[in-house]
Design a protein around this ligand. Structure first.
Ligand SMILES: [Zn+2]
Length: 280
């Protein structure tokens, strides 16, 4: 009964989406995903990452290039395991260096998951700037277990959770992937995995782009340096998640106008891959 109701609702949604879809939209494709993890915070917290400082961005050289995503939350907010596994390390990163310098992440937890990336390599998750740590190295955890509390230890501007996904080597600062590629969009929302390419066919680095509707403008940035690892499955240079279902214009400024300005539509629960070719 539940299954047949869901099927009917799905068909209605598909029919409605077809009715409201504009005649001409940018080429887009559903893409296979590897959503193997959950978010690192409970639903009662702010679970949406700060898209003003996404993975791969350096705030116009005002910050070290970002190897994870930030989730702005009050000090003391519970942080949960994004997947089941074992605590690889729990402590301060002055004792074990896992970043570009000692005491970069402050109080940090690294979990080793019983999962592998599609290209091979064990998946690890890192939780930085914690106010306090609730687990010990070697301990087994289940997805959703509280492992610590949000804080601002190490090098942090304000209280937030810094979350990373690392593949293969848990202590390698350069073994990262964009965390947004590892968990699904929130219910009722969708996600774009994208490549913005310049006129020479190269990934366009550090480009500001906006996703806009009639009533809102959502800005973000592509990865700023070629050194930031991309996912071998996508070769992406940005990911924008938790987009409300509907149609947007994706715009990149260039010259006296736009180097790109095309519509893009996304359905609830959909992840699409988009390649953008800049005209200038
Ligand atoms: Zn961060």
């Amino acid at each position: 009964m539940v299954r047949s109701t869901c099927l009917v609702l799905t068909l209605i949604c598909i029919a409605l989406a077809a009715l409201v879809a504009p005649a001409a939209v940018a080429a887009q494709n559903d893409v296979s995903t590897h959503y193997l993890l959950a978010r690192p915070l409970p639903a009662s917290a702010n679970v949406r990452p700060d898209m003003g400082f996404p993975y791969g961005w350096h705030r116009n050289h005002q910050s070290p290039i970002h190897h994870g995503m930030d989730y702005l939350n009050r000090r003391g907010t519970p942080v949960i395991a994004a997947g089941g596994g074992t605590v690889f390390y729990a402590g301060n990163d002055t004792e074990m260096i896992v970043g570009p310098q000692p005491n970069f992440y402050g109080n940090v937890v690294i979990l080793q998951h019983d999962l592998s990336a599609p290209e091979g390599g064990t998946i690890f998750t890192l939780y930085g700037h914690l106010n306090s740590i609730d687990v010990q190295t070697g301990q087994t955890v289940n997805q959703g277990d509280v492992i610590g509390r949000v804080g601002a230890t190490g090098i942090a501007i304000g209280s937030h959770l810094h979350f990373e996904v690392r593949v293969g080597n848990p202590t390698d600062y350069n073994a990262v992937r964009n965390p947004e590629l590892w968990y699904p969009p929130l219910p009722g929302r969708g996600k774009i995995i994208g490549r913005i390419v310049d006129v020479n066919g190269n990934l366009a680095m550090g480009i500001r782009f906006v996703l806009s509707t009639a009533s809102s403008v959502l800005p973000s940035f592509t990865y700023a340096e070629p050194s930031i690892p991309v996912d071998p499955m996508y070769g992406e240079n940005f990911v924008y998640g938790d987009l409300g279902a509907g149609c947007y214009r994706l715009r990149v400024r260039g010259g006296s106008g736009y180097a790109y300005d095309e519509p893009i539509c996304i359905n609830a629960g959909q992840t699409i891959f988009l390649e953008v070719h800049l005209k200038s």
